[in-house]
Design a protein around this ligand. Sequence first.
Ligand SMILES: *[C@@H]1O[C@H](CO)[C@@H](O)[C@H](O)[C@H]1NC(C)=O
Ligand SMILES: *[C@@H]1O[C@H](CO)[C@@H](O)[C@H](O)[C@H]1NC(C)=O
Ligand SMILES: *[C@@H]1O[C@H](CO)[C@@H](O)[C@H](O)[C@H]1NC(C)=O
Ligand SMILES: *[C@@H]1O[C@H](CO)[C@@H](O)[C@H](O)[C@H]1NC(C)=O
Length: 500
Amino acid sequence: MRLSSSFSLVLFLLGVVIILKVDSEQVKPNYADALSKSILFFEGQRSGKLPSSQRMKWRKDSALRDGQDVGVDLTGGYYDAGDNVKFNFPMAFTTTVLAWSVVEFGNSMGSDELVHVTEAVKWGTDYLLKSTSTKNVVYVMVGDPYSDHSCWQRPEDMDTKRTSFFVSDKNPGSEVSAETAAALAASSIIFKTSNPDYSQQLLERAIQVFDFADKNRGSFNDSLGYWLCPFYCDFSGYQDELLWAAAWLYKASKNQSYWDYVVENVHLLGSSRENDKIGEFGWDDKHAGFFVLLASDLIMKGAPANNTFRTAADAFVCTVLPESSTIDVTYSPGGLMFKKGGSNMQHPTALSFLLLIYARYLNHANYKLVDCDGGKATGSQRLIEIANGQVDYILGDNPMNMSYIVGYGDKFPEKIHHRGSSLPSLEQHPEHLGCKDGTLYFQSNKPNPNELTGAVVGGPLPDDTYPDSRKLFVQSEPTTYINAPLVGLLAYFNSPQDLQ
Ligand SMILES: *[C@@H]1O[C@H](CO)[C@@H](O)[C@H](O)[C@H]1NC(C)=O
Ligand SMILES: *[C@@H]1O[C@H](CO)[C@@H](O)[C@H](O)[C@H]1NC(C)=O
Ligand SMILES: *[C@@H]1O[C@H](CO)[C@@H](O)[C@H](O)[C@H]1NC(C)=O
Ligand SMILES: *[C@@H]1O[C@H](CO)[C@@H](O)[C@H](O)[C@H]1NC(C)=O
């Protein structure tokens, strides 16, 4: 009797333990924690002199002489990924999207994170202001990507060449210049009340740089292709950036001339039904972002539901919806969005960001239906659900049961392809580490010594498995443009809000 009752007590306790275990495996996503980490990540990518407010302490000052070869201060800005080159094209795009995250979802961030994300935007715009401080010149890259990529070195003691590359009226680069203008214009919006002088400075510079990009049309591929390709080669041309920048200038300045520019030049992008780029949004291609931005703006103004921008934005949505016949992404068995090209995770974050923004505006206007296949209409709730599914996958709701955000959850990538994170910090190893001194650490099977908190990696293979290998950079390298749209997504899912 005694025996059997304590036996059933044991069974009962076992049951509790099992239930608790199952429960803990289906942990609810902690969007607030993920949000704060996804913003913190940008501190790990900082170049230049770090401020006393720097929270990611293992990082120290680096590249303090950038720009000296051309007599301009080009210190600051962000390293794009796991290397130590400053590529302005993806950096400007990152800044634009981070600012857009704040424009749309700043109200959902909470005051602390709003302060941090605003600092993250400013770290980008301060550098972009330096890059555009000489009239009719835009600095577009600092470093030598070939020698940099052949070394495994901490940014704090890198000693490869720091060449400053630029475009000018003689060697134009409308895509990089216009993206820079877009970043400055979008950011001017978020500083309007908190720092009006700075906001004005950003807007004026944006106007000037856009003018330069538009009057001197051309791709920086033509003059700098050897240095850009295959790293950040421009494939989609500069027309999309010119229109995207004009749209942001219109949003920031309300000056009718930018709206007129958009209407007069939108044909450069081709018709939405034929345009095979309609589903693209990333550092190279702005098509979908441009249409969603303008369609959302027009919805707020009460424009007829069938305007060309909305038709194009709908066409974009139809490239992402799993049930659409014009789908142009694939989904892994575990549900993650995939698209061609490296660093896949940039697609689910950027495309989900657009879905979420568009869905909220559709909802607001009671335009609840996106019509993909003539009759097969979809509610905006479905777009939000897809975006939420992608975010939850990244946070751990996936076949590996792991988070793809470093430092978030119990299990996350530990051997990311990132020089600073994988090498001992200056505190651990004050002696200089030369170009090849990092090879041992690169090849080591140990987890990275420094946690690049908040970094989101390129992500799993198409079968949802994740090898966690430093060498497999397509999977294990973080980039700034994966995180920038994720910041907005996490803010919303942390605290969903209607449009004001
Ligand atoms: C840039 O160069 C690459 C590689 O040569 C080429 O494939 C691409 O079409 C070029 N882009 C533009 C806009 O000319
Ligand atoms: C609007 O922008 C155009 C082009 O930059 C400029 O010429 C014009 O003065 C601006 N108008 C106002 C009211 O600021
Ligand atoms: C939009 O709808 C109106 C009225 O239903 C119609 O007159 C107009 O041609 C439509 N425009 C487009 C671009 O389809
Ligand atoms: C993930 O969790 C599920 C449900 O708890 C379990 O069935 C599965 O085996 C786990 N997968 C891995 C790779 O641990």
